[in-house]
Design a protein around this ligand. Structure first.
Ligand SMILES: [Zn+2]
Length: 385
């Protein structure tokens, strides 16, 4: 008989971390079994038999070579193994190549069973762990690629993602690529007011983040939020190279927050400041953040772990501050950075930006014309006096 084994989330993730992965996994697919139901599982004397039943259906009725999914999450919160992780799943037709397939045991269509308690906790914790191990944050509901209701009409993806996002850690390695970060910035603001190239600013964030063990893509997302995608216009001027509002409080006068000699120093200070919030470990590079000791003295050092912990600490009152950063991050990581083949929605924004660029060019020319006119008027006035 084909055997199946159950794990806790932690022991399953430990097993995965040790596994030599031979295929690239970028997408986490989420399903509900519909049948077996939670009730079937509860009533079964031998829980393994429930998984075995799915295997029999998949291999004998559907003629698949093995059970379709990599794991099944049962109502008691256990992770049951399935198809080998190094094998492509039978998950969503046409989308299986880079997928990891999860089945949640139950029928989560409205009016039937509920995804709750230890099972919900396991689902969330497993997905978070998979995100970290596979360096991705792409969660796909089966219904996004088909007209089925799977993983159940009672599940709202946005709300679900929101719950998972609440646990995004600031320490770690960046998930977004350099190209995604740059292209996303340029799509929103084609003319960032930075004293270096967009390529350079992105590279500084990734590099300085790596030095301190901080996710450079999170810091970059925060910089985009703080500077309005490098349009500035708040309390900080572009020439201050201050991308995180360091030293800017509600009572700070415009231009009086911290200034940094170069963009790279500005990024370094930002990363160090962020590290101060998440870790009591000393910073590695020489300290350039002028507010670092203030964190030490105020007891804020190492007081945050997740991005949303910054609410009320980095930003006061800061309701929704971390969530805003995470929304930007999500857009960056799901951004198709293939130059020349943006999706339709991006295409619209690109066209809009092109128009804005042209308009900007027209306005600049007008300004030049008026400036010329003003100086000739001035010289005429001088001639009169
Ligand atoms: Zn499904």
């Amino acid at each position: 008989m084909r055997r199946f084994h159950s794990y806790t989330v932690k022991s399953y993730l430990d097993f995965l971390k040790k596994l030599k992965l031979k295929r690239k996994i970028t997408d986490i697919h989420l399903h509900h079994t519909w049948k077996p139901t939670k009730k079937t599982y509860y009533l079964a004397d031998n829980k393994e038999k429930v998984i075995y039943g799915m295997w029999r259906y998949h291999t004998q009725t559907l003629k698949w070579r093995d059970i379709g999914q990599h794991v099944s999450i049962s109502p008691d919160g256990l992770i049951w193994d399935g198809r080998g992780v190094n094998s492509t799943p039978a998950s969503i037709s046409g989308h299986n190549k880079n997928a990891f397939a999860i089945e949640m045991i139950g029928n989560f269509d409205e009016g039937h069973e509920k995804l709750e308690g230890v099972q919900l906790e396991s689902v969330k914790n497993l997905i978070e762990g998979l995100f970290e191990i596979f360096q991705t944050d792409r969660l796909i509901f089966h219904r996004e690629y088909s007209n089925k209701s799977c993983p159940g009409t009672s599940l709202n993806k946005l709300k679900f993602m929101e719950q998972i996002r609440n646990n995004v850690k600031i320490v770690g390695t960046a998930i977004a690529t350099k190209e995604q970060m740059k292209q996303y910035l340029l799509m929103i603001n084609p003319l960032p007011k930075i004293n270096c190239t967009p390529d350079e600013i992105v590279a500084y964030y990734l590099k300085e983040g790596e030095v301190e063990g901080i996710r450079g893509d999170i810091a970059f997302s925060q910089a985009l939020l703080e500077t309005g995608f490098f349009k500035f216009g708040g309390l900080v001027f572009p020439n201050q190279n201050n991308y995180a509002g360091i030293g800017a409080t509600n009572t700070t006068q415009k231009g009086r927050a911290a200034s940094f000699v170069t963009p790279q120093t500005g990024v370094k200070a930002h990363i160090q400041h962020l590290k101060g919030y998440v870790s009591k470990d000393p910073v590695i590079a020489p300290i350039v953040d002028p507010r670092y000791t203030i964190l030490v003295n105020s007891g804020l050092l190492g007081s945050c772990k997740y991005v949303t912990d910054l609410n009320g600490k980095w930003a006061v009152p800061g309701n929704g501050y971390g969530e805003k950063i995470l929304k930007i991050l999500e857009k960056i990581t799901s951004f198709s950075a293939k130059v020349g083949s943006p999706n339709i929605k991006d295409q619209k924004i690109l066209e809009e930006n092109k128009k804005l660029k042209e308009e900007n060019f027209r306005i600049q020319n007008k300004i030049k014309k008026y400036e010329g006119l003003i100086s000739s008027l001035k010289s005429q006035i001088n001639n009169f006096s």
